[in-house]
Design a protein around this ligand. Sequence first.
Ligand code: ACO
Length: 379
Amino acid sequence: MTYAAITGWGKCMPPAVLSNDDLSTFLDTSDEWIVSRTGMKERRVSHVGAIELSTVAASRALACAGLDPADVDLIIYGGVSNDELVPNSASGVQFALGATKAASIDLNTACTSFCYGLTTATAMIRTGVVRNAVVIGVELISRYMDWSNRGVAVLFGDGAAAVVLQASDNEEGVLGSVLGCDAEGRQTLRVRGMGCTYALHDITYGDTIWDFDGQSIFKRAVHAMSDASRRVLEQCGKTADDVDLVIPHQANLRIIESVAKYAGIPMERVIVTVQKYGNMSAATVPVALVEALEASRVKPGSTLLMPAFGGGLTYCSLLVKWGERVTPLGQSAAELPPVTQTALEMVNAIRANQDPHGRSRDGLLAPVFAESSTPAAVE
Ligand code: ACO
């Protein structure tokens, strides 16, 4: 039997830090509110595009695995943030890495994109379609955030991380995945302004309105991640006691604590990064995984649980068996260019560019084709 071992890992965090106090310079919010409701203290704002973030993360993961980019069979770019839609983003990473023979796929299931990508790449390796893969989780949310909406602007951040998977005879890597979608709630999280629906409106790219029903998403997230975790443990014949570490999606500290409580796993066995990076959507799980490895919290043979939740409303939970190696084989020289502005300066520049003529936001209020609230009958 062939398995898909995780043999390389690397992250790329943009250096510019946006604090809660920075946010309160232009929003009616406070450090106290944000910390008490979300656990977040700061987040990162990128000065480069999402392909560049991804390429640095992937280079580091490949060096860690000791795999030459020219030998990569598959790149999966997981996330919502694309520098451009055509050509796709994975092809940009392929080109920048020099991974000339890699199939290159963009995969968007919002915050679960990395975990869905990990499951997809694992299945492709286990069935012999490819021998190895680079799976990326990346977001550049700062560029299309509605910075006038305090209900969402405080929650998100930019970042990227990647892993390398390679075919192995050892029983390791993703051993079980439960994937699902609570589509009835898909309108509770919606970014208006991105997509073909808005093509006929006179809007500036990045000028968005976010529909975000935080309380509904909160409850749906806790339920979906808890249920998927219960089911994946059952599928693999494991219990909560077998889980050495939980590496969850980081949307809110209170969501993470609730999921851990339902799973019966103490917080000492849960990786939390939300305080320093906020919600990086598809990047949260891989960044948390890399940091768990860097902090020696992943041991040889560790069993990891990865529950995630995102727009769609997609959800999943993965059970991962780590291999013997928990240290990198090599280091990459890849680095981001130096940053010349503060995070607040970059955010203020994006804010100044949003709605420059005072006319575009009207167009976002009503989509050209309203979606039916009830699904069409299936004949
Ligand atoms: N600063 C200050 N006050 C605020 C802010 C802010 N940034 N945002 C909202 N408020 C106010 C509201 O206006 C409201 O005021 P009111 O009582 O006068 O009307 C009050 O604070 C309470 O607002 P609630 O929405 O009830 O606050 P809640 O405790 O539910 O916390 C939060 C909101 C943090 C968004 C929470 O609901 C949450 O985390 N939801 C889930 C988020 C999530 O899962 N996101 C990820 C989705 S998937 C993905 O990752 C993309």
